[in-house]
Design a binder for this molecule. Structure first.
Ligand SMILES: *Cc1c(COP(=O)(O)O)cnc(C)c1O
Length: 355
């Protein structure tokens, strides 16, 4: 038998989550498929969502090219915008929508011999302080786009910095800043990422941009606003067992020293597969459906778990690293990161799809 590590991807759960996000938001929703669909495989996810999605969003032009090459038509937004004048021509050829968030991108557009007007999403920096036009510059940028003759429609958008903090006033302030910066400018609006969509009903406008919720990971500190279904299950098997005597060390750096006679299971999954190396002893896993946890350091190709209280478990036992039993949010929390990073880091293991 070959190495048992797999990332199982449930495409029906993906569709369920998209429907839920779209319904909660109202209006239309772009399914965000950047970063290989958060590790789930861009093309397969796009194909699964195609019949129900209003459109897709990716980060940059090469990601858009991959979807077009796979035959995916329809609205496709490039969230990070374009990097040079030539890319405007590629964007025209690929028939994509383009975010414009910086004056330099307006200059590139002016230089680019675009002949077929493109839909542009004009990004307002409403308080994140990262990408986007300052509120005072929005009307001018809007007028420049209109006057260019190279733009068909303009959508007004912004992005939230702290929508996953329901107690913070920052998001309400961003909404107000966006509204006043865009007053009197015609066009659809788009504010919500996943956390915005779940926690800030007053931010729901014409277009939602759900990402992480599509993959079933709730970004809020107190999840449960929406009955999301996990899309990826990271699975493997125990491929060896051994017993450590009291005081015996385990693995790199002897990070774990057996406090009792300890039965260890070796699992075919490591940081080269995207499992976080910083996950400490105690991080939950499920073995044949029963909860246990990591012991010792995560290595490149394997990790070690405690089987002392699971005497029936042994070679060939199924191990869930995250999925329906152990949430990816729990593992992310243990490893000091977020579900986004864990999901988009998954690599080397085969992605196995089910409809
Ligand atoms: C990635 C991204 C999203 C999706 O964010 P989630 O938190 O995953 O929902 C939405 N909008 C923009 C501009 C993005 O870059």
């Amino acid at each position: 038998m070959s190495r048992p590590g797999r990332a199982l991807v449930d495409l029906e759960a993906l569709r369920h989550n998209y429907r839920l996000a779209r319904q909660m938001h109202g209006g239309q929703a772009l399914a965000v498929l950047k970063a290989n669909a958060y590790g789930h495989g861009t093309v397969r996810c796009a194909q699964a969502l195609q019949p129900l999605a209003d459109g897709f969003a990716v980060a940059f032009l090469d990601e858009a090219r991959e979807l077009r090459a796979a035959g995916m038509g329809g609205p496709l937004l490039v969230l990070e915008g374009l990097f040079d004048a030539e890319e405007w021509l590629s964007a025209q050829a690929l028939d994509v929508w383009v975010v414009v968030h910086h004056a330099e991108q307006l200059r590139m557009l002016a230089q680019a011999p675009v002949t077929v007007p493109l839909q542009v999403w004009l990004k307002v920096d409403s308080g994140m302080g990262r990408a986007g036009f300052a509120p005072a510059d929005v009307a001018t940028a809007y007028a420049t786009l209109q006057a260019s003759g190279k733009v068909s429609d303009i959508v007004l958008m912004s992005h939230f910095a702290r929508a996953d903090e329901p107690a913070s006033h920052a998001t309400a302030l961003q909404i107000a800043t966006f509204d006043s910066a865009t007053v009197g400018l015609a066009g659809p609006r788009s504010l919500c990422n996943s956390a915005g969509l779940l926690a800030w009903p007053e931010a729901r406008r014409d277009w939602g941009r759900p990402g992480i919720v599509l993959y079933g990971a709730d970004p809020l500190p107190a999840p449960g606003a929406a009955p999301l279904r996990p899309v990826m299950a990271l699975h493997s098997q125990v491929f060896a067992t051994r017993t450590l005597q009291v005081g015996q060390p385990l693995g790199y750096g002897a990070h774990f020293v057996a406090p009792r006679t300890t039965r260890v299971g070796l699992v075919a999954m490591g940081y080269a597969d995207g499992y976080p190396r910083h996950a400490p002893a105690g991080t939950p896993v499920a073995v044949d459906g029963a909860p246990t946890h990591l012991i010792g350091r995560v290595s490149m190709d394997m990790l070690t778990i405690d089987l002392t209280d699971l005497p029936q478990a042994g070679i060939g036992s199924a191990v869930e690293l995250w999925g329906a039993q152990v949430t990816v949010n729990e593992v992310a929390h243990c490893a000091g990161t977020i579900a986004y990073e864990l999901l988009c880091n998954v690599k080397r293991v085969p992605l196995v799809y089910s409809e």
